[in-house]
Design a protein around this ligand. Structure first.
Ligand SMILES: Nc1ncnc2c1ncn2[C@@H]1O[C@H](COP(=O)(O)OP(=O)(O)O)[C@@H](O)[C@H]1O
Ligand SMILES: [Mg+2]
Length: 687
């Protein structure tokens, strides 16, 4: 281990300037100067959250002809992507739009933002992103914000015998400006700011404790507000911190019977009553309820609908009025985002409740469904299980893909078109093209499936089962799809969220579909590894083209071996075309299409390459594989008597699997054995 000189290390890495910068304090006038220069400092919580999200930038793409914005914030750059949210951009757009409207004051700032979706659909992840994002933003210059504390030269009765009294709800300093002169103050401050630029607004009054102290000092100085500010107010940088309970709150209902409003709006501090002599003295009150501490930032309500109904009304009221009512004190203004989440089943339970109407009125519900796009779902597990998180274990190719595939299959609704399988639907959703389906059809498919993404297997189940299989198979050094399939399957018996035997059957059926698909995928890899020989495939291609040309132009072709002129070899042509199911009746079209393409290329002075035609490419691969399969004697692998020549050929294939397809020593052997066993059973080599 390296030696560290702690003094040097700290000097280089831990900057004192940063610390003093973040711990800035100054006078009220200093603060006013800062705000005049950068009015963003005095933004409200909604504006700050919106700007924070936007500060990470966006990019655009289209899906089903719809313009979609990806907010890079949801890549979780703050935590190196640990909490990134994938595949639900359309819903995240609605989420961000809520903040956009609220920051412009269009009314959503008076609503509870309610995330709604099935269990494990990233609701908590989104909330975590937001809380951490805001915490981080408050530490940057762009996101800086301020509060104040009261101070006195001597221990002062007004401050309860202390010299210092921090604003208990870390209030915005401008809230100290008397209401009588607010409008004028704001008019002056905002003068010259154009439409669309940040305009400062101050809403409401400081909390009861701050108000009490302000009044006391005002009396002491005979109403000279400026003297109070100059002698007793110190403005400070405000750094939000969930751990320190500053500006970020989280509330999780515990026992349904045992909910107490003090957890939300604070409580009397009995120790301090002795000091202040009365329980109605606001300085004897702890403004430490979740709503209090979250002032200026965000409060998250986990499983919001598990709250007692009386509480829920309080909560809706708090958002509507943007104020709360601490026990024994008057309404107290708050400036915070109220974010709740609820699971789909819980939400449904309330559907018939009369309370629902109030809820619908005062919440903005954002659906957070499961991902239904394979390549997005895979990203979750790639993030969870990679070389950093599991350094000593290789993951065989397709392992995470097939787990994702199964998850998505369980979430898809049966397509109404009888000839479309769920697996095909999955592929269409994943951007693959199928004959007879264009973007509009796929959009239709999505539209007809109303509950899609609200049911099925959650990512959490997949994560747990992959983790389990990693632990169970750690001795193997490589995790393959079979291990994961087994774990996914055996876990179903104890899956707490499976509601009916039908659902269980459906999940198992989809697992069988996925296993079958994996069989095809791995077969495909081995076939490709065998036929990856570039020159062989090029030669085969050139041969095919020569014969197609002779066929379409009714010419003779010279036999390479005998030197004789012959007709095009129909058997050879068909042996390739049949690999991709081109029927006799369509062969002419296919051949003509290829010749036309080659002709068009020739006009441009370009040469045909087999990679230009995906179907032909595949056909050539399969043909090459068929030709070589017997010479390689793949099936002998499983008989354990492999001669030297065969072993050498097999080793070449193995090396290709490792070099070109991401296999390791272990899983390439597994794959070859598996495919050999399929062929031994006499399976067709077509995929
Ligand atoms: N769309 C998604 N993008 C990224 N990860 C996801 C997504 N959906 C679920 N997850 C993962 O699934 C797990 C459960 O998510 P969580 O946020 O706790 O769900 P919820 O709060 O909705 O029950 C987390 O590890 C999360 O990363
Ligand atoms: Mg959650």
């Amino acid at each position: 281990m390296a030696q560290i000189d702690i003094k040097n290390f700290m000097q280089e890495n831990f900057k004192i300037e940063d610390f003093t910068h973040l711990n800035w304090s100054g006078t009220f006038q200093d603060y006013l100067d800062i705000v005049s220069e950068d009015p963003r400092v005095a933004r409200n919580s909604f504006q700050r959250v919106h700007d924070m999200i936007m500060s990470f930038g966006t990019s655009n793409y289209t899906e089903y002809k719809k313009d979609i914005v990806r907010y890079h914030f949801f890549d979780d750059p703050i935590n190196n992507g640990k909490d990134a949210v994938f595949g639900i951009d359309v819903h995240l757009m609605k989420f961000v739009n809520f903040f956009k409207a609220a920051s412009a004051g269009y009314g959503t700032e008076k609503r509870v933002l309610l995330l709604h979706g099935p269990v494990g659909s990233a609701k908590s992840s989104i909330a975590r992103n937001l809380k951490q994002g805001l915490e981080h933003y408050s530490k940057t210059d762009d996101g800086r914000m301020f509060t104040f504390e009261w101070y006195d030269q001597e221990e002062s009765d007004i401050l309860g015998g202390q010299k210092l009294f921090p604003s208990p709800m870390h209030e915005e300093p401008f809230k100290l400006i008397p209401v009588e002169v607010r409008k004028q103050f704001l008019d002056n401050l905002n003068k010259g700011r154009k439409d669309g630029e940040v305009k400062i607004n101050i809403k409401g009054e400081v909390n009861p404790a701050d108000r009490y102290i302000l009044n006391q000092y005002m009396m002491k100085y005979d109403g000279d507000w400026m003297k109070v500010m100059e002698n007793h107010i110190r403005v400070k940088r405000l750094l939000l911190s969930e751990k320190d309970r500053i500006g970020i709150g989280t509330f999780q209902p515990k026992d349904e019977k045992n909910q107490d409003s003090t957890e939300l709006t604070g409580d009397i501090n009995y120790r301090k009553i002795a000091l202040y002599g009365s329980d109605s003295d606001p300085r004897a009150f702890n403004f430490d309820g979740e709503f209090n501490i979250a002032n200026r930032g965000i409060v998250e309500f986990i499983e919001m609908l598990k709250l007692d109904v009386a509480f829920l009304y309080d909560l809706l009221g708090a958002s509507q009025e943007q104020s709360i009512k601490p026990k024994k004190f008057s309404q107290t203004d708050i400036d915070e985002v109220i974010l709740g989440h609820t699971n789909e089943p819980e939400f449904r339970k309330l559907q018939s409740n009369e309370f629902m109407e109030a809820l619908r009125d005062r919440t903005v519900k954002i659906d957070v469904p499961y991902i239904t796009r394979l390549d997005q779902e895979v990203k979750i597990y790639q993030k969870d299980f990679n070389g950093d998180t599991i350094p000593h274990m290789h993951i065989a190719p397709h392992t995470l893909d097939v787990a994702s595939m199964w998850a998505i299959l369980t979430r898809l609704e049966e397509p109404k078109k009888a000839d479309l399988t769920k697996l095909q639907k999955l592929k269409l959703y994943n951007g693959k093209t199928l004959p007879g389906y264009n973007e509009d059809n796929v959009k239709e498919l999505r539209k007809e499936a109303i509950r899609e993404g609200l049911d099925g297997i959650s990512p959490r189940y997949i994560q747990d089962k992959i983790s389990n299989s990693l632990v169970k198979n750690s001795h193997a050094g490589c995790l393959n799809p079979f291990m994961v399939f087994n774990e996914l399957e055996s876990g179903l018996k104890h899956h707490g969220l499976i509601s009916s035997p039908d659902q269980l059957d459906h999940f198992r059926e989809m697992l069988a579909v996925t296993r079958q698909e994996y069989e095809d995928i791995v077969k495909n890899d081995v076939q490709k590894a065998i036929s990856v020989d570039e020159t062989a495939i090029q030669t085969l291609c050139a041969n095919y083209i020569d014969h197609v040309k002779a066929y379409t132009q009714k010419e003779k072709i010279r036999n390479k071996y005998s030197g004789k002129l012959e007709d095009a070899d129909e058997r050879f042509l068909r042996s390739i075309e049949e690999k991709i199911d081109i029927p006799e009746s369509r062969k002419d079209d296919f051949r003509r299409e290829i010749m036309n393409y080659i002709g068009a290329l020739a006009i441009e002075g370009k040469q045909f390459d087999y990679k230009m035609n995906e179907r032909l490419h595949r056909a050539l691969e399969l043909k090459l594989f068929e030709d070589q399969k017997d010479s390689i004697k793949l099936t002998t692998i499983i008989s354990n008597v492999v001669d030297k020549a065969t072993q050498e050929k097999i080793d070449v294939i193995k090396t290709r699997l490792i070099k070109n397809f991401g296999y390791c020593e272990i899983c390439s052997t597994d794959a070859l054995n598996f495919v050999a066993s399929i062929f031994a059973k006499g399976d067709s080599i077509k995929s």
